[in-house]
Design a protein around this ligand. Structure first.
Ligand code: R5P
Length: 290
């Protein structure tokens, strides 16, 4: 077995390799002067089970470059006769566009699923599922990895008098999974309307909420931070302190500084200064199951 760390996931991939007791190598990725990329395996691939680990966010390589990188690596691994080919996506981008909102528009979630048919299996940490309720509805070779256990362990260690808050209807799927591992937590889920890519509105709640010390707002993604900021305004009505917990901390457009009034944290699916929750264990467990 060979674990390959792609440009978005070197550290996490190394930890996964340790957990699996497998060999590890970085994928060599070079950029030509015109920005075309070239990938190269530095270890032999033939006859091996190859696990590529790639998280799709922007660092020195863009999300889109990372897709090309992984596809080049996958086709090369096939040509070089890998026995099995897996992709682990700690964060998989492009799943939010799961419907043709405007005439003629692309449905990126379906296109990504088609592009990644090259893999025997694609393991996705907490994929964004909204109009498709299950991965198998559009991505037959994909498997979800839940990291609810690690998140709830973190909450148990770091919070006492708290309420879990879902900022919108879809967030219920993550909130409920995390709540399962906590001793009878208080939970509330808001309703959200999206006005534009960076603007949302949280509908005011009529029902009174019991006061708590801290509200932990849980969402799968923090991108511009708009959802968290609006949800925090509503949560402040019943909690003294606010914690914004995004499973995947994209933090587009410097949203970490927009959220600086609050405690912010995420998992290490995307590494950052607030990615405090390590998800290696759940990934390794799922890979061992195969
Ligand atoms: C979409 O519904 C997702 O679950 C998140 O709520 C959304 O992506 C967060 O984006 P932003 O931080 O830009 O509000």
């Amino acid at each position: 077995m060979l674990v390959i760390g792609c440009s978005g996931s070197h550290n996490l991939a190394k930890e996964i390799a340790k957990g699996l007791n497998a060999n590890y190598a970085d994928l060599v990725v070079d950029k030509f002067p015109d920005n075309e990329i070239r990938v190269r395996f530095s270890k032999s691939i033939k006859g091996r089970k190859v696990i590529l680990v790639q998280s799709f966010y922007n660092n020195s390589h863009s999300v889109n470059d990372k897709i090309v990188e992984v596809l080049f690596a996958a086709y090369t691994a096939r040509e070089l006769k890998a026995k099995k080919l897996f992709l682990v996506a700690p964060y998989l981008a492009y799943l939010r566009e799961d419907k043709r909102f405007e005439k003629g528009e692309s449905i990126s979630a379906k296109i990504i699923a088609k592009l990644f048919k090259i893999f025997d299996k694609v393991f996705i940490v907490e994929p964004h599922l909204h109009r498709f309720k299950k991965l198998k509805d559009f991505f037959p070779n994909a498997k979800k990895i839940s990291v609810a256990r690690e998140i709830s362990d973190y909450i148990k260690k770091n919070f006492e008098d708290y309420i879990l808050v879902g900022p919108d209807q879809e967030s219920w799927q993550w909130v409920k999974d995390i709540a399962k591992y906590l001793p009878k937590p208080s939970v509330v889920v808001f309703k959200k309307e999206r006005i534009g890519p960076e603007k949302v509105r949280i509908l005011k709640r009529k029902r009174k909420q019991k006061k708590k010390q801290e509200a932990i707002i849980i969402d799968d993604i923090i991108s511009t931070g708009g959802t968290m900021l609006e949800a925090a305004k509503e949560a402040k009505k019943f909690a003294k302190k606010i914690c914004c917990l995004g499973i995947h901390g994209i933090f587009a457009k410097n949203s970490l500084s927009r959220l600086k009034k609050y405690k912010v944290m995420s998992t290490n699916s995307i590494p950052s200064r607030v990615s405090k929750i390590d998800i290696t264990e759940s990934i390794v467990k799922e890979l061992k199951r195969g």
